[in-house]
Design a protein around this ligand. Structure first.
Ligand code: URA
Length: 244
């Protein structure tokens, strides 16, 4: 894939497209060691090397980040009133990043941020049934009966029952009547986890996503922090894609 030199620089965070043009015209850019002043020059990132002010600018087509979404930010690329998950990436170089899927404003945990639309599609397509694992604090004592109902497919008032889901009880605080649970679901319906518990007469007090497909939230991240996925993490997500 070839692309214009000014787009190459802008994609890699070296200013806006017009700033990149100015830099190129002023002779700050070299391609394979030769100064190039034409912003429209076509570059093959796999074959050619680009430098700006003597520094090599490697091209990445796709970027992948794991974000520990904190409470109180909305899962959107922009919003007139609210802070969005992309506001947590103030220095981001690429303008085409987006969150894969949606967590409620008060849900925390794993959110994949990328510009790889095909991967996002594969992780979100209803037919793909990608596992999502949540940990939650539930107001009420979660029972074996709830486990069975979730296993059989709970009715949350949609046309269809939910697909089978695995509910595990991690601990019960009898005196406070709250339960810690882990839940694996394979769909992504609106407010699904909250509605599933509501259907068995309980409310979610705290909800955190810890896994999506093969991608597990890194324990070393704190709310609001993010890191690039490792090559292995990307390869696993993408190899899952090829298997489908
Ligand atoms: N289920 C919910 O109810 N909320 C979320 O944010 C994610 C899953």
């Amino acid at each position: 894939m070839k692309l214009r030199l000014d787009k190459y620089l802008a994609d890699m965070g070296c200013g806006t497209r017009s700033e990149a043009k100015k830099k190129i015209r002023s002779g700050m850019t070299a391609v394979d060691g030769i100064v190039v002043k034409q912003p429209e020059m076509k570059i093959d990132p796999a074959q050619q090397s680009v430098t700006l002010d003597g520094k090599e600018i490697a091209y990445r087509s796709y970027e992948y980040y794991m974000l520990y979404k904190p409470d109180g930010v909305v899962t959107a690329t922009e919003d007139m009133r609210e802070r969005t998950v992309l506001d947590l990436f103030p220095d981001r170089r690429r303008r085409d990043l987006f969150p894969v899927g949606r967590l409620d404003k008060d849900t925390v945990g794993l959110l994949l941020i990328t510009n790889d639309g095909a991967l996002a599609h594969r992780l979100l397509a209803p037919a793909k049934h990608v596992d999502k694992i949540y940990q939650a604090l539930i107001d009420g004592v979660v029972t074996e009966e709830d486990i069975r109902i979730f296993q059989d497919g709970v009715d949350i008032g949609d046309d269809k029952l939910c697909m089978e889901a695995e509910l595990r009880i991690l601990g019960i605080q009898e005196e406070k009547r709250v339960s810690e649970i882990e839940l694996t679901i394979r769909e992504g319906r609106f407010h699904q986890v909250k509605r599933m518990f509501h259907a068995v007469g309980k409310e979610v007090l705290f909800l955190k996503r810890i896994q999506m497909g093969t991608l597990r939230l890194d324990d070393s991240l704190r709310p609001g922090e993010y890191r690039r996925l490792t090559k292995e993490e990307v390869a696993k997500l993408c190899s899952d894609r090829r298997k489908q």
